[in-house]
Design a protein around this ligand. Sequence first.
Ligand code: NAI
Length: 345
Amino acid sequence: MKKIAFFDAKPYDRTWFDALGQNYDITYFEEKLNHHTAKFTDGFDAVCAFVNDRINALAVERLYQNGVQLIAMRCAGYSNVDVKAAYEKLHIVRVPAYSPHAVAEHTMGLLLTLNRRLHKAYGRTREFNFSIVGLTGVDLYSKTVGVIGTGKIGRAFIEVCRGFGMRVIAYDKFPLKDSGIEYVPLETLLRESDVISLHCPLNDESYHILDQNAFSLMKKGVFILNTSRGALIDSAALLDALNDGIVRGAGLDVYEEEANLFYEDRSDTIMRDDTLALLVSRPNVVLTAHQAFLTEEALHNIAEETVKNLDAFFSGAPLDNEICYLCDRDKAAHGCRKERKERCF
Ligand code: NAI
């Protein structure tokens, strides 16, 4: 039986991987995978990792020396993996889509909460305070939502917004043809949107795509939603924009410095991240701890697809969900081995 070291394991992971991963010898580690904890992997064939594991070059080297052959990411994003360092040493697979609807629905949940102050109303009525002063929202109907990134999640969110009768405009580095989506330049999206929602991956080009300059172009009173990756937003610039009233509300499921905070109970420690402390203190910021994916359907799909990735790897089959350093950088120059049903190296 192949041995899998499963990092950052939570009870909800075990439920699904115990049920679907019975052909593997899985050891669950509560620790996140990083260059320190990579030492636990001696004798393992593969590691299974998640969004806040830090698989840098040092971690990759340690895994490689320990005989690990595969990094199985049980998520879509992989900005936390040094793909270049892993190339020709460790294969990397991921789960490209497990429930775009889960993330899209959570994104709309954040918007509804912010707009109609549901978080405030809930607190009030629990104390039998039935005043509705200060809870005024706006109709979302006929408002303009600007969607940055029209992949699987962005498109699912667009459908949700259309259901609310909103006008949708979008920006994507690679716009889809014949999609019926109204694409506009990023600057137009920033200027025209009443709601801006981020659904692109984090990469060199999208890092701080919402920075001070971007906020300066926005309509006063815009809602900002980020269920993608924290570093798409310059958090200090967001705080300024909240203070200046440019941003009416921010719904965040991700935070640029979340790696050592999210997924753990930190309620009895002093919060030393001042930017996060300030964001959380704002009544018009709703923060969830990277849980947009967290539905039963998504957890089932994550486990099922990860097990399929492991099966494919250990049986020598082509890896449909492999991440390739060369393809990511310049597919045209190198050609895609995956498309030829070969492995990336
Ligand atoms: P996808 O790969 O289907 O779509 C991403 C889209 O972004 C593509 O259309 C791509 O062309 C576009 N894009 C790439 N670089 C861009 C740039 N610099 N500017 C504008 N557009 C750009 O990805 P999917 O499945 O829709 O996921 C989107 C993101 O959602 C993931 O990268 C991940 O970070 C995040 N995510 C968050 C989850 C959560 O629980 N909060 C769960 C799953 C994903």
